[in-house]
Design a protein around this ligand. Structure first.
Ligand code: F6R
Length: 608
């Protein structure tokens, strides 16, 4: 998604801004730009493609100055072209960058055209810069011009704006899209994501909905929705490691796959004792657990798949109903909320627009309480939910979610057990589950040992265009996640089916060209799955089976077998995820795609 960086300092800010943009590359984008405000006026460079292209422009024609704004764009209104890239300008007076979507841009554009403004781009953003310009022409100062203009906007935005005649400040604002202020010494910054500023500061102010901020070299002044000055606390960034470093790995995705044993440990830490789940992990008020009679889980993409797994756990362990739905559907329908229903959102970023909208809608309904399982402590989702369980996975840079998913599952298992205990789960069963969870990091580590073998298997996908993933029961959502991972980074079309559905349609697709990736759980569905494997074999399908050795599938003819460690049943979905992540990674490398920033995708989907 789009990214913003802004800076005011006593030194030249162009390198700071470019480095900030590089740190935002992981979010996904298709063009980038920087505007510098110096004695000559407000000028910029913009480039389609990678930030390196923008750096090349700066090398060829340097632009220096002590105030500037920068942007990575992920196209929504208008193609990824240089003219549509941000910053957008109103003459050489004013430059502006924007994340989000302005819903009433057409109406505003018509009004501005009547005033004589000429539009250079197809973007919704350009209306904002001309609106502010028009307000300045009426005699307002920059701060007031921004405040007045923002009141006319419908939609979601985070912006930063700099004016030629005002080199002592720049203005930024947020409503519906994230923005943080980075506090330095005699220099201050803004960005859509803390990671963009870790090279210059570790002190941050999180802006609230509707805040407008005036940023000078020596001060940061925040005004709320009503224009009242407000104090917002400064917090210190507390990740031990700068996650923007790939270390020994070629891609962030691989680094993050390998981090899973340690981040799962971090997710479990302080949440389980030898025998029990520690309900204090839900905060001081864990009393809600005893009242939960229903659960609604809302999320998008990979996080939604984690929710689908949790449905099996909650209904099996706690015996209460659980509905799981994608946020983009949930938010646009009338929802029946049974008494004492927990509203649970799942999100890596905590900034996904649909999930946030669903939460806001849920707050108007009759839910028991709202709980967010999220990876980013400072995110909007965390701040707006009643309760939070952090996944503690550390920053995830690769667009394809890996460690965020397995830590979400870990946090969901903790939550499911906590609810189950209040619904009569016997103490010995709780103890057995908790003991199993303690071994989870070691099992995940063991699953990673198949990496070299999976790399060899991946060669067989080099010329494939389609694939089918099969799973049954709790493994079906893992099949969905495996298919999503493969399609998003290797661009191979992948579908997942519950294996029992095969003969109801998809079997027609099976021939010797179709790879069928089958996840075999070691439970009472094993024999049924073996029958499904026979159905595929009989039609000449190319079978790739992921199972433990005790399933006796390793020596079957016509099967490419990958061993998954044998683990307690409750852990199977988490451990089976690892080889599928490795498979999609290696297939993408074989195919030569952009593993960490797959085409058309963004890390944090902050627009609808
Ligand atoms: C896929 C992926 C996406 C996200 C989805 C939700 O690998 O990463 O499907 O899971 O965009 O994002 P969050 O979890 O940040 O709400």
């Amino acid at each position: 998604m789009c990214g913003i960086v802004g800076a005011i300092a006593r030194r030249n800010v162009s390198k700071i801004l470019l480095e900030g943009l590089s740190r935002l590359e992981y979010r996904g984008y298709d063009s980038a730009g920087v505007a510098i405000n110096n004695d000559e006026g407000v000028f910029g460079h913009r480039a389609v493609g990678k930030v390196q292209g923008l750096r090349d422009k700066f090398d060829a024609a340097p632009l220096d100055g002590t105030v500037g704004i920068a942007h990575t764009r992920w196209a929504t209104h208008g193609k990824p072209t240089e003219l549509n890239a941000h910053p957008h300008f109103s003459g050489n007076d004013l430059a502006l960058v924007h994340n989000g979507i302005i819903e009433n841009h057409e109406e505003l554009r018509a009004g501005l055209k009547n005033q004589g403004y000429v539009f250079q781009s197809e973007t919704d953003t350009e209306v904002i810069v001309h609106l502010i310009h028009s307000a300045l022409q009426s005699g307002l100062g920059l701060l007031q011009a921004v405040q007045t203009s923002l009141n006319k906007l419908e939609g979601a935005f985070a912006i930063a704006v700099t004016q030629k005649d005002d080199k002592e400040r720049f203005i930024a604002a947020r409503k519906g899209s994230p923005l943080v202020v980075g506090v330095g010494i005699e220099e201050n910054f803004v960005a859509s994501d803390q990671l963009a500023l870790l090279h210059v500061t570790d002190q941050f102010i999180f802006l609230e909905e509707g805040d407008v901020v005036e940023v000078t070299r020596d001060a940061v002044t925040v005004y709320d929705l009503n224009g009242q000055e407000q104090e917002r606390p400064v917090s210190v960034f507390n990740h031990h490691v700068d996650a923007t470093d790939k270390g020994e790995f070629r891609h962030y995705m691989m680094k993050e796959i390998y981090e899973q044993p340690s981040v799962i440990s971090a997710c479990l830490e302080g949440r389980i004792s030898d025998k029990k789940v520690l309900t204090s992990c839900f905060g001081a008020d864990s009393a809600f657990l005893k009242d939960v009679e229903n659960v609604h889980i809302i999320a998008c993409g990979t996080s939604y798949h984690a929710g689908l797994v949790a449905k099996y756990w909650i209904e099996d362990l706690a015996g209460i109903p659980c509905l799981v739905e994608v946020a983009s559907e949930y938010r646009y329908r009338k929802v029946a909320v049974p008494k004492n229903t927990l509203f649970l959102t799942l999100s890596q970023s905590g900034e996904t627009a649909d999930t946030l909208a669903a939460l806001r809608m849920a707050k108007e309904l009759n839910y028991l309480t709202t709980l967010a399982i999220c990876n980013v402590p400072s995110s909007t989702l965390v701040r707006e939910s009643d309760l939070t369980l952090l996944t503690n996975a550390g920053a995830e840079i690769g667009v394809a979610s890996t460690k965020a998913f397995t830590t979400q599952l870990t946090a969901l298992l903790i939550t499911s057990i906590a609810i189950a205990v209040e619904n009569g789960l016997p103490a010995d069963k709780e103890e057995a589950l908790v003991q199993a969870m303690k071994e989870l990091p070691a099992h995940v580590y063991a699953a990673l040992k198949q990496d070299a073998h999976i790399k060899e298997v991946s060669d067989k996908f080099a010329n494939k265009h389609h694939s089918l993933f099969l799973g049954r029961g709790v493994m079906f959502p893992i099949a969905l996640e495996g298919a999503l991972k493969l399609k998003e980074i290797s661009y191979i079309h992948a579908e997942a089916y519950p294996a029992g559905e095969l003969k109801h349609g998809p079997l027609a697709l099976v021939d010797e060209h179709m790879p069928i990736i089958t996840l075999v759980p070691h439970n009472d569905l094993l024999d049924k799955l073996k029958s499904n494997i026979q159905e595929v074999s009989a039609r000449g399908g190319e079978l790739f089976v992921f199972a433990d050795r005790d399933t006796n599938l390793d020596n079957e003819e016509g099967i490419t077998f990958t061993e998954v460690p044998k683990v307690p049943q409750i852990l199977e979905p988490i451990v089976h995820t690892i080889p599928l992540q490795l498979l999609s990674y290696h297939v993408a490398v074989v195919k030569g795609t952009d593993v960490d920033q797959p085409r058309n995708l963004a890390k944090s989907v902050t627009v609808e």
